[in-house]
Write a protein that binds this ligand. Structure first.
Ligand code: COA
Length: 151
């Protein structure tokens, strides 16, 4: 498994992987109108240059991805996804730690995740993130928690 910067040409595969990775989350919430399912390839392409994009590959297949955006000394971490067949092998953890390594100027890392998907919350807590506040449910997001990790 290798982690490297994703290319614009990787976005079609990453876009499909996102929907696959979130499938269980959709089943859990009985809601396939959540943001990860509604994001189109065009949405990914339009915002590509705003982000540091990573991919995790096994052979020539992308099995994981993550993206991060800097705003002053804050780093917004988004779209951490690992193919269901490759979860719990440390790939998600490597993607997040690689973002932290590649952005030494970031003093704080922030993200949102579903409050009820406790496995995700546990995953981020294991990486040193803490829950700061809750965010109310919307049509495309369940109740979220905002989490931060300071250097
Ligand atoms: C959340 C996600 C990115 C984690 O990636 P991963 O590669 O499976 O996670 P890792 O193997 O790196 O996990 C590292 C540690 O986090 C914790 N962890 C990860 N997933 C967990 C779960 N479902 N339940 C409890 N703890 C979990 C464990 O402590 C794990 O270590 P261990 O396997 O040795 O016990 C992945 O499950 C995923 O893609 N989920 C669907 C998409 C999603 O919900 N993304 C996050 C949106 S905010």
């Amino acid at each position: 498994m290798e982690i490297e910067q994703a290319l614009f040409s990787d976005l079609p595969e990453i876009s499909v992987l996102q929907k696959l990775a979130f499938y269980d989350v959709g089943v859990y919430y009985r809601n396939f109108k959540l943001r990860p399912f509604l994001t189109s390839l065009e949405d990914f392409e339009k915002s590509f240059l705003e982000y540091l994009y990573l991919k995790a590959t096994v052979g020539d297949r992308i099995v994981g991805s993550a993206r991060a955006k800097m705003n002053n000394d804050k780093c917004k971490v988004e779209n951490i996804i690992v193919h269901p067949a490759h979860q719990r092998k440390g790939i998600g953890k490597l993607l997040v730690t690689e973002i932290m390594n590649l952005l030494p100027e970031a003093q704080v890392f922030e993200l949102f995740t579903g409050k009820k998907t406790t496995g995700n919350v546990a995953f981020y807590e294991g990486l040193g993130f803490s829950i700061v506040r809750e965010v109310a449910e919307t049509e495309t997001e369940p109740v979220l928690v905002y989490m931060e990790k300071w250097r």
